[in-house]
Design a protein around this ligand. Structure first.
Ligand SMILES: O=C(O)c1ccccc1N[C@@H]1O[C@H](COP(=O)(O)O)[C@@H](O)[C@H]1O
Length: 214
């Protein structure tokens, strides 16, 4: 089984090169200033020049307004918009229509009751992303916290849109995560860092090697 990998939160040429030469199919740029992975649009535009054809550049946003989306999409050639906030279906549809880009909506999973949101979002988005729900009051970020959820919640489930698994993935737990959920695409950020917000090219390579062995 081949698993497509998204390496998220890239902000330096060295780690971006490690991602694309190692076989990542998606690279993610975070446009959310509170995140330690946040990258200026001008820098993301520079990094995007290193992304080869066939690898998709993903822009991660959290409850963005149109002004931010215009500012970023006007200078960074994105292939996909990732919405990782509290965007409701109507807002997702409006973004998709106005910016003419496919949209991937993050669904925060803490328990089985959270999965209904995936079906609602699937009516308007192009792809789904299942991530761990941040624990209240502990995590400051709406994602990128290196926290996994109970993968068995996805076991045997099917979804009306292509989907990715994320949340606390590492080179060491990737095989178990994929075997449990049946994911064919996964997204990682913290699990390939040596400190918050800083990608370790060696860990990026290890993650991609772990995926290639599946
Ligand atoms: O990476 C971030 O800083 C981030 C900030 C705000 C929302 C989402 C963010 N990242 C996404 O979170 C998940 C899980 O990341 P991790 O591997 O557990 O660190 C992933 O989809 C990232 O794209």
């Amino acid at each position: 089984m081949s698993v497509a990998i998204k390496i998220c939160g890239l902000s330096e040429p060295e780690s971006l090169r490690a991602a694309v030469t190692g076989g990542a199919r998606y690279v993610g740029f975070v446009f959310y200033p509170p995140s330690p992975r946040s990258v200026a649009p001008a820098m993301a535009a520079e990094l995007a020049r290193l992304v080869p054809t066939g690898v998709r550049a993903v822009g991660l946003f959290v409850d963005p307004d149109d002004e931010l989306l215009e500012h970023v999409t006007g200078q960074v050639p994105l292939d996909l918009i990732q919405l990782h906030g509290r965007e409701e279906p109507r807002r997702i549809a409006a973004i998709k229509s106005r910016f003419a880009l496919p949209v991937m909506k993050a669904i925060k999973v803490g328990g089985p009751e959270d999965l209904a949101a995936a079906l609602e979002a699937a009516e308007v988005c192009d792809r789904l992303l299942f991530d761990a729900k941040p624990p209240p009051k502990v995590a400051a970020l709406p994602g990128g916290n290196g926290i996994a959820f109970d993968w068995t919640l996805l076991k045997g489930r099917t979804w009306p849109r292509p989907w990715m698994l994320s949340g606390g993935l590492t080179p060491d737990n990737l095989a178990d995560a994929v075997a449990t959920t049946g994911a064919s695409e996964v997204d990682v950020s913290s699990g390939v860092e040596d400190r918050p917000g800083h990608k370790d090219p060696e860990l990026v390579r290890r993650f991609l090697q772990a995926a290639a062995g599946l």
